[in-house]
Design a protein around this ligand. Structure first.
Ligand code: GLU
Length: 414
C-alpha cells in the first residue's frame, strides 16, 4: 500500500507534468527538489519517568523547503508518527504556505508517542528534551514550530520556555502559544474557523440551501469547526471521534458536546444523540462532510458511499488519490486540505507578526484578516480550476507549485 508521502508525491508529479515543468524549467530537477526535504532531523529522546526508569522516543523534524521563507509547521504527537508521514506533512506545509501567500516555507515535527500514556511532568520533560535537541535548528527566522495533532498551547509554552534557556528571548520562535505568553487571540480556533470559511465559499458556489453537516474528528479542528457552524445556526447532524460516533438529525448541541468531551475524554455517551457505527459517519445522510481527523479517512473502500455533495478537508491528507478520483467521478466537490485547513498557519503567521511588532490585535481583527486571506485564496483556486477544467485540488497544487518553482528560478541555480 502506498504511503501518504507516495500519495502526496504522485499528485506533485502529475501537477509538474500538467504545468510542463520538465520543458519550461529544463535541468532544474524541480520534482527531485520537491521530493527530497532540505533537512531531515531524527533523534531519540530519553525521558525519565515519574516512578523511576526511562522510556525512549523517536523524534523528527523535517525541514522541507525554505524557498519562500523560513521553515514553518506543527509538531505531532501520535503513536503512528513515522518518517514518511512527517515528510508528507512537511511537503503539505510548503504547498499550504505558498498557496495562501504567507512568507514561509514548510516543515513538520513529530514524536512517535501516545501523549495520554505520559503524566504531565513526563510530557513536559519530553517536550523540553525535544526542544533542547533542536535549539540550533529552530528560531524565529529559521524554523517556527506550532501545534498539530496531540499538541497545543501548553506544549508550545514549554518549547518557548526551553528555547529561552539557550537563546535570546524570542516569542516568535513558536506559534500557537498561550495568549499570556504572546499567543494570538483566535489561534486555537483558527483552523476550524478556516475550514468553515472555505466550506461556506464552496456552499455558495454550489448554491446549497438548508444543508446539514457531518464532522469526522472532534479534536481541535473538528470541534472548533462544529462550534462555528453551530453558532452560525448551521445544523451539524453527525460527529465522530476515536471514542465513537453519534447523530441527531435535528442538529447536535455542540457546546454541550464539547463539555461532555472535556469531562469524559470523548463524545461517546453524549446524551442528546443516537449512537451510530463509526463507519456510518462517512456515509451519513448530509450535504456537507468535514473530515477533520487523520490521513486516509476516505479510501477506495468507502468513498463511493459518501452521500454529501461537498467535502471540505479539515485534516491533512484525509483522502487517498483513489478516493479522490471516486468523489470527482460522483460529482462531489472537494475543497482540498492545503486550502481548507490553512487557517491555522495563517493565524500562526499573524501571531509571529504580532510578536515582532509587539502590537497585539483584537480577535475580531484576527478573524477578519483570516477570512480575507482564505476567501481570496479560495477564489484564485476556484477560478483556476474553472479556467483549466481541473478539480479544486489540482488547481490548488498548480498554484502552490508554480509559485515555489518561480522562487527557485528567481533565486538562481548557483
Ligand atoms: N499544524 C497546522 C497545520 O497542519 C498548523 C501549522 C502552523 O501553524 O505552523 O497546518
Amino acid at each position: 500500500m502506498p504511503s501518504v508521502l507516495d500519495n502526496a508525491m504522485s499528485l506533485v508529479c502529475r501537477t509538474a507534468d500538467f504545468l510542463d515543468f520538465q520543458r519550461r524549467f529544463h535541468g532544474l530537477e524541480i520534482v527531485e527538489r520537491l521530493r527530497v526535504p532540505d533537512k531531515v532531523i531524527m533523534f531519540r529522546a530519553t525521558v525519565q519517568l515519574d516512578e523511576g526508569g526511562v522510556r525512549v522516543y523517536q523524534c523528527y523534524r523535517i525541514q522541507h523547503s525554505d524557498i519562500l521563507g523560513c521553515y514553518k509547521g506543527g509538531i505531532r504527537f501520535h503513536p503512528d508518527v513515522d518518517l514518511d508521514e512527517v515528510k508528507a506533512l512537511a511537503l503539505w506545509m510548503s504547498l499550504k504556505t505558498s498557496l495562501v501567500g504567507i512568507p514561509y516555507g514548510g516543515a513538520k515535527g513529530g514524536i512517535t508517542v501516545d501523549p495520554k500514556t505520559l503524566s504531565v511532568t513526563e510530557l513536559e520533560r519530553l517536550v523540553r528534551k525535544y526542544t533542547s535537541r533542536l535549539v540550533n535548528d529552530i528560531g524565529p527566522n529559521i524554523d517556527i514550530p506550532a501545534p498539530d495533532m496531540g499538541t497545543g498551547a501548553r506544549e508550545m509554552a514549554w518549547i518557548y520556555d526551553e528555547y529561552r534557556k539557550y537563546r535570546d528571548v524570542a516569542r516568535g520562535v513558536v506559534t500557537g502559544k498561550p495568549v499570556a505568553l504572546g499567543g494570538s487571540l483566535g489561534r486555537k480556533e483558527a483552523t476550524g474557523r478556516g475550514v468553515v470559511c472555505a466550506m461556506l465559499e464552496a456552499v455558495n458556489d454550489l448554491g446549497l440551501q438548508d444543508y446539514r453537516v457531518a464532522v469526522q474528528g472532534f479534536g481541535n479542528v473538528g470541534s472548533h469547526a462544529a462550534l462555528d457552524l453551530f453558532e452560525r445556526g448551521i445544523k451539524v447532524v453527525a460527529v465522530s471521534d476515536i471514542t465513537g460516533a453519534v447523530c441527531n438529525p435535528g442538529g447536535l448541541n455542540i457546546p454541550a458536546m464539547i463539555k461532555h468531551r472535556d469531562r469524559t475524554g470523548g463524545i461517546y455517551g453524549f446524551a442528546d444523540a443516537q449512537p451510530i457505527a463509526m463507519e456510518e459517519l462517512i456515509a451519513f445522510d448530509c450535504e456537507v462532510l468535514l473530515p477533520c481527523a487523520k490521513e486516509n479517512a476516505l479510501t477506495a473502500d468507502n468513498a463511493g458511499a459518501v452521500r454529501a455533495k461537498l467535502v471540505a478537508e479539515g485534516a491533512n491528507g484525509p483522502t487517498t488519490p483513489e478516493a479522490d478520483a471516486i468523489l470527482v467521478k460522483n460529482g462531489v466537490l472537494v475543497v482540498p486540505d492545503i486550502l481548507a485547513n490553512a487557517g491555522g498557519v495563517i493565524v500562526s503567521y499573524f501571531e509571529w507578526v504580532q510578536n515582532r511588532e509587539g502590537f497585539y490585535w483584537e480577535e475580531a481583527d484576527v478573524n477578519q484578516r483570516l477570512f480575507i486571506r482564505l476567501k481570496s485564496a479560495y477564489a484564485r483556486v476556484r477560478d483556476f480550476s474553472t479556467q483549466r477544467k481541473i478539480s479544486l485540488r489540482e488547481a490548488a497544487y498548480c498554484l502552490a507549485l508554480e509559485k515555489i518553482v518561480q522562487a527557485m528560478v528567481d533565486r538562481g541555480v548557483q
